[in-house]
Design a protein around this ligand. Structure first.
Ligand SMILES: [Zn+2]
Length: 160
């Protein structure tokens, strides 16, 4: 359950991140790791791996964005936990499937709703853990959703 956090993270954030990590494991997450972004692409390349039920967060993020991203990826895991109980899931492993390289308007809407829902779950988890979400949480959320709105020509787009 140990997660090596960048030493630059303020104590309060590190503390809350560790509480979220502990909670994630209590929900059945199989692993959480930090990805060192050597290329420093400046993009948030964090993701949830649904086959392995693991979360990877990029280490180059500021501590607060790191925390919010962890909550968001945990939100995706919780979506999967819920989906296990849906018949739909048994028939189709992918909640959202993109038929072509460029998603249709309907597919875009599905993805956006899926992302919004993961953020809602992130907020729920914060409530359970009594972690305050200041304004910048909503800025991070809005920016992330905006990036999906412009989603566009992502080849072989996979929801993450
Ligand atoms: Zn997401």
């Amino acid at each position: 359950m140990y997660l090596a956090l960048p030493k630059s993270f303020p104590k309060q954030d590190a503390k809350e991140i560790k509480r979220i990590v502990a909670y994630a494991y209590s929900c059945g997450i199989r692993g959480i790791s930090v990805f060192t972004d050597f290329h420093n692409a400046g993009e948030n390349i964090s993701f949830y791996n649904r086959l392995e039920a693991t979360i990877t967060i990029s280490s180059s993020l500021p501590s607060k964005v790191f925390k919010y991203t962890l909550l968001h990826e945990l939100g995706h895991y919780l979506q999967d936990v819920e989906d296990r109980f849906k018949i739909m899931y048994a028939q189709n492993q992918n909640v959202i499937s993109i038929q072509n390289d460029v998603p249709t308007e309907d597919e875009k809407e599905d993805i956006l709703n899926y992302e919004k829902n993961a953020w809602e779950r992130a907020e729920l988890v914060s409530k359970v853990l009594e972690i305050k979400l200041p304004k910048d949480f909503y800025t991070t959320k809005a920016e992330a959703l905006e990036s999906y709105k412009n989603m566009p020509e992502i080849k072989g787009f996979k929801k993450e």
